[in-house]
Design a binder for this molecule. Structure first.
Ligand code: AMP
Length: 567
């Protein structure tokens, strides 16, 4: 199968924005793809050569790519750079330069999908001395053989900047349409093994029955179960017959796969974080009694001195870390709270009830206090007991509780009817002052699209910034959800504009609004030292002047109260 077909498909996809049309185009491509190329085609159509969860990546810097283009097109490197400066897009530059060259060398052998995929995958395997040259050769070999259009897409794939708007949902729908199976059947298989190559192959060869046979694969992440929001603890516990309450830890979703001596750790976003958490791997290796299993849990970071939970923000600095990993594991110790088991010694446990899975979980791990253990839980349908447990959780510095149905199976992905309900405290609203903004673009053009919020420091009389708000105001008059339009807000703010640069606006601290938010975080970005997470507009407070807005002291107090911190 020629790469030309793929390049033409990319070009076609670029001309449509409709999801349906994109799905149709990709389904047609899949139908024409032989089974042995489905892995390559399902990945390349997403602009990748490895699944999103793979640790492997192409990892080629722009500089190297410039050299490869020079080599393949026979142009001096300076000319490549010159053209790139003009176009601002390396894809367009290579298209242009190959085009020039093509006029001289016609009649070359055409590139195949197999060759492009193999060379791009091979790039990631190069390491050690001479690896840069080998990478350069692998790319230049493709570009030398490519048509201008093919070269453009090869370069964009290498840079991981294909930008043709093909999200996972579109590929899923295209697989369903190409092989005449239901979207649900495709999703079922994908949830267990998020690899469209495998899913498409099974659908092509065995249809719906092939997809039904999908199983978890140790070492490959799966789509995890998620929780729905519940308005109240009372409603949550009344939702199920057999109720288990668990602490809701504010940490990192942790999926531990064990196969003999080998351990992998994944997050909820399917990220492989095994290398960044050697302490977790060691605990798992020591304290899991089974040969093979998959555990689900939440890892929190602890304050080294007090042993209390620290905000996720701090723990998250360990996730992407490539250096000083051991040091970071001493600085930020962790506590792994396990709440589920979905695979044990060859058996998928997802179809068992939570009650049954809990028994397996208890048998599978050796608990280590404060480090590696079953999540704190209570089985009760009594509201008083549930409330007490909820308070305990907050006091312990956790985020709230998750109410679980002990009769429910493990449901990947979708939030609906999954058997998990989350309850966390609603933060008190704050009255803040608007001190700036930015002009909106697109649909928001002509209005102040995002507002800079501030709180008061009574001693200095200053207003200290504490966040940016982009939501809660409606774009159109017809939006029912919000009470005020961006246009109305802009009109109120305009008389107070003090200063404007290209897009930023400084506004006199006059207008007070009430905002809701998810959480208060510490932040070096703002001069208040705090950031409101996801602030939303609730209403205008024309009854309040700026010097009646909430103060930094109030924010400090609320910060201390949230999740029991500081108690
Ligand atoms: P949210 O991120 O607010 O949608 O809440 C769901 C998340 O809470 C899950 O993805 C887990 O990462 C986390 N979580 C913390 N404690 C638990 C628990 N006991 N059971 C399930 N999820 C938990």
């Amino acid at each position: 199968m020629e790469y030309k077909l793929l390049a033409e498909t990319y070009a076609e996809l670029e001309t449509y924005s409709s999801k349906l049309k994109k799905t149709e185009i990709i389904a047609k491509l899949f139908k024409e793809t032989p089974a042995n190329l489905l892995e390559a085609v399902t990945l390349l159509i997403q602009g990748r050569v490895f699944p999103s969860w793979s640790e492997k990546e192409i990892g080629v810097a722009e500089q190297l790519l410039l050299k490869a283009i020079a080599k393949a097109t026979g142009q001096p490197a300076e000319d490549v750079i010159k053209d790139y400066k003009k176009s601002g897009d390396l894809g367009l530059t290579v298209e242009n330069l190959v085009n020039k060259k093509k006029q001289r060398t016609l009649g070359q052998e055409s590139l195949t999908i197999k060759k492009v995929f193999a060379n791009l995958q091979e790039i990631s395997e190069q390491g050690g001395s001479g690896s840069q040259d080998r990478k350069l050769d692998l790319i230049a070999e493709l570009l030398a053989q490519a048509t201008p259009q093919e070269a453009k897409y090869i370069v964009r794939t290498v840079l991981e900047q294909l930008r043709i708007g093909v999200a996972e949902g579109i590929v899923r729908d295209a697989v369903a349409s190409a092989y005449d199976v239901s979207v649900d059947a495709v999703e079922y298989a994908w949830n267990l093994l998020p690899d469209f190559g495998e899913v498409a192959k099974a659908a092509k060869e065995n249809g719906a029955s092939g997809l039904k046979k999908f199983k978890l694969k140790l070492g490959t992440p799966f789509i995890v179960q998620l929780a729905e929001k519940s308005p109240s603890l009372k409603e949550a516990i009344e939702s199920y017959k057999k109720v288990l309450l668990e602490y809701k830890y504010d940490g990192m979703r942790t999926l531990i796969h064990k196969k003999g001596d080998k351990i992998w750790v994944f997050t909820r976003n399917l990220e492989n974080i095994t290398a960044a958490f050697p302490d977790l791997v060691q605990m798992a290796r020591k304290n899991i009694k089974a040969d093979d299993c998959v555990l689900d849990g939440e890892t929190i970071g602890l304050d080294k001195k007090t042993g209390r939970p620290i905000p996720f923000q701090q723990l998250s600095t360990r996730i992407k870390r490539k250096y000083d990993i051991e040091k970071a594991s001493v600085e930020i110790p962790i506590d792994v709270n396990l709440f589920d088991i979905v695979y044990l010694d060859g058996k998928n446990l997802m179809d068992l009830t939570l009650g049954e899975r809990k028994k397996y979980l208890a048998k599978t791990i050796r608990e280590v206090h404060g480090k590696f253990h079953v999540a704190e839980g209570l089985t009760t349908s009594d509201l008083k007991e549930a409330e007490k447990f909820y308070k305990e959780s907050l006091k312990a510095g956790e985020e709230g509780v998750i109410v679980k149905d002990l009769d429910a199976q493990y449901v990947s992905g979708r939030r609906v009817a999954g058997g998990w309900l989350k309850i966390k405290p609603v933060m008190e609203n704050l009255d803040v002052v608007i001190i700036g903004g930015t002009w909106g673009t697109g649909k928001r053009a002509g209005t102040i699209g995002s507002l800079h919020l501030a709180i008061r420091e009574p001693e200095s009389g200053k207003f200290l910034e504490c966040g940016m708000m982009g939501t809660g105001l409606k774009e159109k008059e017809s939006d029912k959800e919000f009470s005020m339009t961006l246009k109305e807000m802009t009109k109120i703010l305009k008389p107070y504009i003090e200063h404007e640069s290209a897009s930023a606006i400084k506004i006199k601290p006059k207008v007070v609004i009430e905002v809701a938010y998810e959480e208060i975080q510490k932040s070096p970005t703002y001069d208040s030292g705090f950031a409101l997470r996801f602030p939303r507009f609730i209403r205008l407070r024309p009854d309040k002047s700026a010097d009646e807005a909430d103060t930094i002291e109030r924010v400090k107090t609320l910060y201390g109260q949230q999740k029991g911190r500081g108690k």
